[in-house]
Design a binder for this molecule. Structure first.
Ligand code: MG
Length: 394
């Protein structure tokens, strides 16, 4: 029988400079459309051997936390408690909050490790069957050098038996609570993880094999690595196409990819007739199989008369976001004899990238004629086609 009295304690109270990035407080930054902390929590909430999950947050972050976990199954999630001045104090706060629940074991995990897996959790819980403490860790494979002045190597250190500690770190509950109480009582606040507090009290803490994937988000570049992990390891790529045509009409400019181009004609249509942006909107909706632009914005509805088409594209972008997905790249081809697209291409790419919230190098705008053949060749209108790829959780 599974012992449901294992608890998880997720530490998310950090607010110091290491916790900040230019995207915000790192545990609440969205990666692949979902907050770092939500990704860190899910495997614990899903594990049948974990009975409850206690999160420790900064007192100012209650609203951020609630917003970040809104889409999770919250059955096992306890009301968050607030932390202390440093990580050690915050863990202690969480352990005291759990003390009334009679948990027999606790797994302590950093919210900034969003790629913890069910396998990591299982290995720690399994090891706790016959050891008072167990942590996931990875063996050191690089040769270790000790640096002196001018970064000159003083010595090569033996790496035999050396591991890098990760979280989760699991303990028999009473042992780690007593160790934390001892550390707090004796004024020690120099421990960088919970295992070292247990070690200081003579607790046997075992190492179990973790995964390089379970890295901690610390530096700015870690967010890029996290996005790559999500797009390569956890999601699946979907592809969509779109096509649209608008006829020329009287006027003095056309709008293509959000850029107004002075021209001897206009384009007819119920919105601003941005044929290229319409094709792109359909490509994105197509990638997530959520209908087409006409279904979301019926031409018969007068409120879209003369509307700026970025509204449609933003809607498609938000539909991808609502599914926890992200747009990887888009590719637009405009088919006409005139006006010339080349001089406006960079402005078009920049405008689409801005609306979609992706880098400019993920946006292509191309143009071609139809060699004077067909309706575009006769100068009766403009056609556009588009492709889009998005990554969604599989
Ligand atoms: Mg259209």
């Amino acid at each position: 029988m599974a012992d449901q009295r294992a608890a998880a304690l997720i530490v998310a109270a950090g607010r110091g400079s290491r916790a900040m990035s230019d995207k915000g407080i790192k545990q609440y930054v969205r990666i692949g459309g979902e907050a770092v902390i939500a990704r860190a929590l899910r495997p614990f909430l899903d594990d049948r051997r974990i009975g409850c999950v206690q999160v420790v947050i900064h007192p100012d972050d209650a609203a951020l936390f609630a917003d970040s976990v809104r889409d999770l199954d919250q059955t096992k999630l306890l009301t968050p408690v607030t932390g202390g001045a440093n990580r050690q104090a915050s863990v202690h706060c969480g352990l005291e909050a759990l003390a009334a629940l009679e948990a027999t074991r606790v797994l302590i995990h950093d919210a900034a490790r969003p790629f913890v897996s069910g396998r990591d959790i299982a290995r720690v819980l399994d090891a706790l069957e016959d050891a008072p403490g167990a942590i996931v860790a990875v063996p050191v494979v690089d040769t270790l050098k000790r640096a002196g002045e001018r970064n000159a190597i003083v010595q090569t250190e033996p790496r035999d038996g050396l591991w890098r500690a990760q979280t989760p770190q699991g303990f028999r509950f009473d042992d780690i609570l007593a160790a934390h109480r001892w550390a707090a009582h004796s004024g020690r606040d120099d421990f960088t993880d919970d295992a070292s507090i247990g070690e200081a009290r003579g607790l046997e803490v075992r190492l179990v094999a973790g995964s390089e994937r379970n890295f901690k988000i610390t530096a700015q570049s870690d967010f890029e690595r996290a996005e790559r992990e999500i797009s390569q390891g956890m999601g699946e790529t979907r592809f969509g196409t779109g096509f649209d045509v608008h006829a020329f009409d009287e006027g003095d400019m056309v709008t293509l990819c959000g850029v107004e181009i002075p021209f001897g004609k206009g384009l007819s249509g119920h919105s601003d007739a941005d044929v290229a942006m319409h094709a792109l909107t359909d490509a994105i909706l197509g990638a997530i199989a959520e209908g087409d632009i006409g279904e979301h914005f019926p031409p018969s509805d007068p409120q879209w008369q003369g509307a700026a088409s970025h509204i449609f594209l933003e809607h498609a972008r938000d539909r991808v976001g609502a599914r926890g997905g992200r747009i990887v790249n888009v590719d637009v081809t405009i088919i006409c004899e005139a006006p010339k697209i080349g001089p406006h291409r960079d402005a078009m790419r920049a405008r689409l990238a801005e609306i979609l919230g992706i880098d400019g190098d993920r946006v292509a705008v191309k143009a071609t004629t139809s060699e004077r053949l067909g309706f575009t060749g006769r100068g009766e209108g403009i056609a556009a086609m588009a492709g889009a790829s998005v990554v969604v959780d599989s």
